[in-house]
Structures are given as structure tokens and as C-alpha cells.
Design a protein around this ligand. Structure first.
Ligand code: KE4
Length: 432
């Protein structure tokens, strides 16, 4: 018999009268795993507490930002101190300069940058810079990679060899979608062939270099080589969408983990410490195209907001301290090892794929290298596993196409609870 959630159910009923699906972002509705979402009352450290008083070890971390744990005292205090001086000025502040310097410390490739208020704004703006500096309309993305909900990025592969994109959402004009070309992640030869055919029309390639939105998938060396080649031969910009991987797969993101120097980088989530911050930036020669210096327009009322900047700055300061990232990475490795031992002992058809403080448990009997592999996983079993773990007080992302996130607040107690619950949930979810 699972946990009872009367208050969450009542709130979902009330919310659904006013908010589509009762949620302000679709994945929160638990549609991919079945059951109903739990409404959260508060969070502290590695734990969430729902409105019915149930406590969970949290592996969503508000989809990445809570890398230091929830309600970290130093971050809370930084936000309160900033709030006492005013919440928004619509004018430049010193904190934004310090923030840009701090971000560049983690991402040296970001010679210049601009703060925005979400990951979507960051990727949308980076695309505009690439199109603006190259004068080309075409862009390339990869199936299964998610870059926020800007029109040009809600596009999937069209049928036929032309690879012209078709809308992946209602409301996207077909004549916009056609400029987005979609390939399979890790398809190095497909990328080379597309550029050989259409390189002169393509402004950029945007990717999650280590993916999180189809589960955690690493790029092959050949794929990275193909990215370097198309940049060198055809002048396309390589945009690393590090909204999720930034400060997560490595303190310097996927670009540090992989040793790749992108032309533009997009950040979000951790960089705001749980408040609304996105950042896009990269080579100065490209970023000088941005208004008021150049012809690429981009703006935002709350860009560089003092409270969000304070939360982000404090997060980066704490994360930059010796041993902090290493500690979270070490915990993640212990959890990966423990899960793999349970998979071996139980003979389960499952694989764990991890990079730094992010990982995915795929119900698959082989490594997952692209979206087709991710789709071939046993997602019904993932739904059973998710519900079983929730009933055991472990809060996993409500989709098999997501990554789990670990924080500095996860320790021995949380490891023991998680592995004990996983042993039972792996066994119970094995039955259809
Ligand atoms: P936001 O606009 O949600 O701040 O960021 C969009 C975005 C851009 N790029 C990457 C790589 C991302 O992962 C995201 C957002 N990630 C999702 C998780 N799959 C956020 C959760 C949600 O949509 O509610």
C-alpha cells in the first residue's frame, strides 16, 4: 500500500481549474510515470517535504539548480541581504560584473556574456547571435536534445533525406521549422554529410554535448571530431547548451569534461542557485554583435536581477571552494557503484550512465547512445520503479528521459536509504 497524498490530490484538483494540467511546467505532472504529482511544502538539504508531510531524498534538485542542497543557509542569507536593498532596479549593478567574472572563472571560453532569466532565453539568444554573425538561417540540433521552448528549437526531424525540420509543437510556423535540421545524437557521419550538402546555409550546431534530456548520454570522440570539422570547414558556430551540464558534469561543464572549446555557451539552473538566471556568451568577436554594441537585439527587464544574481554568486562562490564539487562527484560515484551492484546481483536489464553529479538509470540491456536507444528502453518499468521509489521516500525525476541530480547535502544516510529502497524497487518493478 503506497503513501497517501490527500492534500496533494486536493491541490491538484484546485490547480487544474486554473493552470493547464495543474502545473506550471509539463514534466511536473507525472504524466510519463503515472500517478499524481506530489505538491511540495518545503525543502532542506537533500530532502523535500510534501504537503502531506512525507519526506523524500531528492534527486531532481529542482532539475539541477540545488547542487549545494535546498535552502542552503549562506544562499538564503545572500538573497535576504540583497532583498533588503531592493529587489530590482532596471539598471546595472556591481554584482552583475562580479557574476560575469565568476562565470568566466568556471568557463574561460565565455570571453563576453549576457545575463537573461531562463535557459530558454539563453539558447534563443545564442541562436540569434549565430544567425546574426553568419547571416545564415539554418541551424542544426539533435533528436532528444532539449534546449527550452523557443520556436526554432521545438522542431523534430522531417521525413525524407532533406532533414528539413517539422514542428514538434502546435503553434510553430512550418516555414520557421524548415530552417532547423535535426540529426541523431552521435551521428558524426550524418553531421558531415549535412554540412557537405548545405554547409553554406547553416549558422550553427546547438547541442547538449553530454545530454540530460533523453537521459545521460556521452558523445563519441568521432562525434566531437565532426563538430570541430564542420566549424573549421564551413564556419558554423558550435553552441554548447550547458543549461543542465554546467557546473554539474564537471565544475567547468561538458566543455571542461570533454576538452572542447565551443564558440558560444548557454547556462541556466545552477548559475542562478535556484532563482531565475540564464547566461549566454562566448567568443568576444561574436558577442560584440549584441545590442547595444551590434545589430543583434536582445533585452530583458529582470536580466541580472539583484536577488537572482546574489543567489547565483553565492552558489558559485561555495561551489568554487576546494573539495566541494569533488565531494558531490565522489558521492555520485558511490551511488553509481551501488546501483550497478544491485543490477548485477538481481540480474536486472538496466544500465547506469553518469557524468559528474548527474546520472540516469536506463532500463536497457545495452548502452544508450542516442534517442532511438533511449526510446527503446523499458519506460513502463521505469514508471513502476519511479512509483516504488516514491513510496520508499526517494524522489526521482518523473520521466525515464531525464537525469538525476546529486547535491553536496547527500551523504552516507541518504546513500544507504537510496540503495536499500532501490533494491526493493528494482525487484518489484521487474514484474509487469
Ligand atoms: P529553462 O527555460 O527551463 O530555464 O531552460 C530550458 C533548458 C535549456 N537547455 C537544457 C539543456 C535544459 O535541460 C533546459 C530545461 N530542462 C528541463 C529538464 N528537462 C527543465 C524542467 C522543466 O522543463 O520543467
Amino acid at each position: 500500500m503506497g503513501l497517501s497524498h490527500p492534500k496533494s490530490l486536493a491541490l491538484l484538483e484546485r490547480a487544474s481549474q486554473l493552470i493547464p494540467g495543474g502545473v506550471n511546467s509539463p514534466v511536473r505532472a507525472f504524466r510519463a510515470v503515472g500517478g499524481s504529482p506530489v505538491f511540495i511544502a518545503e525543502a532542506k538539504g537533500a530532502y523535500l517535504t510534501d504537503v502531506d508531510g512525507h519526506r523524500y531524498v531528492d534527486y531532481v534538485g529542482t532539475w539541477g539548480p540545488a547542487v549545494l542542497g535546498h535552502a542552503r543557509d549562506e544562499i538564503t542569507e545572500a538573497i535576504c541581504a540583497a532583498a533588503r536593498k531592493g529587489t530590482s532596479f532596471g539598471a546595472p549593478t556591481e554584482a552583475e560584473v562580479t557574476m560575469a567574472e565568476a562565470v568566466q572563472g568556471f568557463f574561460p571560453s565565455m570571453q563576453m556574456m549576457r545575463m537573461v532569466s531562463s535557459g530558454t532565453e539563453a539558447t534563443m539568444s545564442a541562436l540569434r547571435v549565430a544567425r546574426g554573425v553568419t547571416g545564415r538561417d539554418g541551424i542544426v540540433k539533435f533528436e532528444g536534445c532539449y534546449h527550452g521552448h523557443a520556436d526554432s528549437l521545438l522542431v523534430k526531424a522531417g521525413s525524407g533525406a532533406a532533414s528539413f525540420g517539422v514542428p514538434d509543437s502546435a503553434g510553430i510556423p512550418a516555414d520557421l521549422a524548415q530552417h532547423t535540421h535535426t540529426l541523431a545524437f552521435n551521428d558524426a557521419d550524418g553531421l558531415r554529410a549535412l554540412f557537405a550538402a548545405r554547409g553554406g546555409d547553416l549558422a550553427c550546431v546547438i547541442l547538449e554535448a553530454i545530454t540530460g534530456n533523453m537521459g545521460l548520454i556521452l558523445p563519441t570522440e568521432d562525434f566531437l571530431s565532426a563538430l570541430r570539422e564542420v566549424r573549421a570547414r564551413h564556419g558554423a558556430l558550435i553552441i554548447f547548451d550547458e543549461v543542465m551540464t554546467g557546473f554539474r558534469v564537471h565544475r567547468g561543464g561538458a566543455q571542461a569534461h570533454l576538452g572542447f572549446d565551443p564558440d558560444l555557451t548557454c547556462l541556466g539552473k545552477v548559475v542562478g542557485g535556484g532563482l531565475p538566471v540564464g547566461v549566454y556568451g562566448g567568443r568576444a568577436e561574436y558577442m560584440r554583435s549584441v545590442s547595444p554594441l551590434g545589430p543583434v537585439y536582445q533585452a530583458g527587464t529582470l536580466s541580472g536581477n539583484p536577488l537572482a544574481t546574489a543567489a547565483g554568486l553565492k552558489t558559485l562562490e561555495l561551489l568554487g571552494r576546494e573539495g566541494v564539487f569533488e565531494g558531490i562527484d565522489a558521492f555520485s560515484a558511490r551511488l553509481e557503484e551501488g546501483l550497478n551492484a544491485l543490477i548485477r546481483e538481481g540480474g536486472h536489464r538496466a544500465v547506469v550512465q553518469r557524468a559528474g553529479t548527474m546520472f540516469t538509470l536506463f532500463f536497457s540491456d545495452r548502452p544508450v547512445m542516442n534517442f532511438d536507444d533511449a526510446k527503446a528502453c523499458d519506460h513502463k518499468r521505469f514508471g513502476r520503479f519511479h512509483r516504488a521509489m516514491l513510496n520508499e521516500g526517494i524522489y526521482l525525476p518523473p520521466s525515464g528521459y531525464e537525469a538525476c541530480f546529486v547535491s553536496a547535502a547527500h551523504g552516507d544516510e541518504e546513500l544507504a536509504r537510496t540503495l536499500s529502497a532501490a533494491r526493493r524497487a528494482l525487484a518489484s518493478s521487474a514484474q509487469g
